[in-house]
Design a protein around this ligand. Structure first.
Ligand SMILES: C[S@@+](CC[C@H](N)C(=O)[O-])C[C@H]1O[C@@H](n2cnc3c(N)ncnc32)[C@H](O)[C@@H]1O
Length: 458
């Protein structure tokens, strides 16, 4: 089987091959059918990420009186010319920009778009569609796709290990390069598995209706449990999507149906494991997405039929670090409510020289609107946290390890407005000898991906 690396690095940097997208007949015909079924004569349509203009052209074919075709990339210039060439330019308005920043003069009957990654969600379809449904869609309007499901299943592929994993385990020229192995395992691979390599029934990781009421979450986290019902081997798991475009029309890169533009995403473990009937495999999968970023992190544990854990492996992929600085800028971590932020801030101040009175003075200077009661409440929550979670030598002037203080300072700045780069600068400013701005950025990533709901835990 052929594997290639999944280029998750950045939305802007993604090199869409519109030629390849247009050549995928299964994809294009499914969209065409769904658009012809859904768009009625005289409808207003929004095409989110028009690319070559394909879906806007189908909407015109369906009778739309007006299509707003939004696209962030330079390909929009070609789409405009293609519209002229096919005499459709009188009904399509091409708008260059990121959909979140665009305002439209009227609401639409239908929103259409194809921003499906191999995992379904890594091209930020969920936030993009939620935003568009809220701001561009008439009440009762339709979305294409209307639903997205992401599934995972266990697989066995010994050939992958022979080719990509095992070579790192032995010496080359008498030197061990196995340090690269873990890096290799953080890579997600694209491949097309058929059901012959699957060793479990699939489990649903996510199921989202793509409408204005969609309860979109930047962080999706789920534990999936698989019971092994035959003796087999395990090399990893795959994740794939199914998108419902309209009633009876869907596209998927799953195990059934023909191959289309999307391969499945393969998450490998570090060795091939033998599994017996009665074993249990658990996958904890967590994905964090923002306007520009997608960070998956995963853990696999295996227990035998007596319930004894025999394997535990976890990895996180940090595409953020490979992003250009101007893209790191706009990333805003998930917001933490202000009460928890103040508690986190107090904890970040615990350097062993500050007692309760000094902490209260700092808080009241920082935010003069805080009442004496609020300050007292914040301090007692911080001290309660210390009592229950940390072993502090002196409660009068407690001291926390630098790393914990830096983590709390990071959390204290998750207010939904500051981006990662700015928070990294602040953390570096406070702890200049402990973290460089680059290390602070890494630490922010860590805090966000490991503390799924960043709170101080009180
Ligand atoms: C997979 S292509 C699909 C193109 C075309 N709709 C089709 O089906 O062939 C996705 C397009 O959406 C654009 N895009 C992604 N996110 C966007 C956003 N938030 N605003 C505007 N365009 C976006 C990308 O630049 C890309 O051209």
């Amino acid at each position: 089987m052929r594997f290639r690396e999944l280029p998750l690095s950045s939305l802007e940097g993604r090199n869409y091959s519109h030629q390849r997208l247009l050549a995928d007949r299964a994809r294009c015909e499914a969209y065409r059918k769904a658009i012809l079924d859904t768009v009625k004569a005289g409808d207003v349509v929004v095409d989110l990420g028009t690319g070559s203009g394909l879906l806007a052209f189908f909407a015109v074919e369906a009778g739309a009186k007006k299509v707003y075709a939004i696209e962030l990339g330079p390909v929009i210039r070609y789409a405009e010319r293609i519209a002229k060439r096919n005499s459709m330019d009188d009904r399509i308005e091409f708008i260059r920009g990121v959909s979140y920043d665009i305002e439209l003069p009227e609401l639409a009957d239908v929103i259409v778009g194809e921003n499906l990654g191999s995992l379904g969600i890594e091209e930020n379809m969920l936030p993009m569609y939620q935003d568009a449904a809220k701001r561009f869609l008439k009440p009762g309007g339709k979305m294409i796709p209307s639903r997205l499901e992401v599934s995972a299943t266990l697989v066995s592929d010994t050939g992958f290990h022979r080719r990509y994993i095992d070579p790192w385990k032995s010496s080359l020229y008498g030197i061990y390069f196995d340090t690269f192995l873990h890096e290799q395992l953080k890579t997600l691979f694209l491949a097309h598995f058929d059901s012959s390599r699957v060793v479990s029934a699939p489990q649903l990781f996510l199921s989202a209706k793509l409408d204005a009421k969609q309860t979109y979450s930047e962080i999706n986290r789920k534990t999936l449990r698989f019971e092994i019902d035959r003796d087999t081997t395990l090399s990893g798991f795959i994740v794939y999507f199914t998108a419902e475009l309209s009633e009876g029309v869907s596209i998927s890169n799953g195990l059934v149906g023909g191959k289309n533009s999307w391969d499945q995403v393969y998450f490998s473990i570090d060795r091939v494991l033998s599994l017996e009937v009665g074993y249990n495999v658990t996958i904890h999968l967590c994905t964090w997405e923002t306007r520009y970023e997608f960070v998956p992190s995963w853990r696999i544990t295996v227990s035998d039929s007596q319930g004894k854990e025999i394997y535990d492996y976890s990895a996180t992929r940090y595409p953020l670090l490979s992003l250009p600085p101007d893209l790191i800028g706009p990333i805003v971590p998930p917001a933490v409510d202000s009460g928890n932020r103040w508690v986190a801030y107090v904890l970040s101040l615990l350097n062993g020289n500050r007692g309760k009175r000094q902490l209260a003075t700092i808080l009241s200077k920082l935010d003069p609107s805080l009442s004496t009661d609020e300050i007292e409440h914040t301090l007692s929550r911080a001290f309660f946290f210390l009592n229950t979670h940390a072993s502090i030598p002196s409660m009068a002037k407690p001291v926390l390890p630098l790393r914990d203080r830096a983590d709390f300072l990071i959390q204290a700045h998750f207010d939904g407005t500051l981006n990662c780069k700015r928070i990294a600068e602040i953390v570096h400013f406070e702890f200049p000898d402990f973290l460089t701005p680059e290390q602070a950025l890494e630490r922010i990533q860590y805090v966000v991906t490991t503390n799924v709901k960043p709170t101080v835990g009180v």
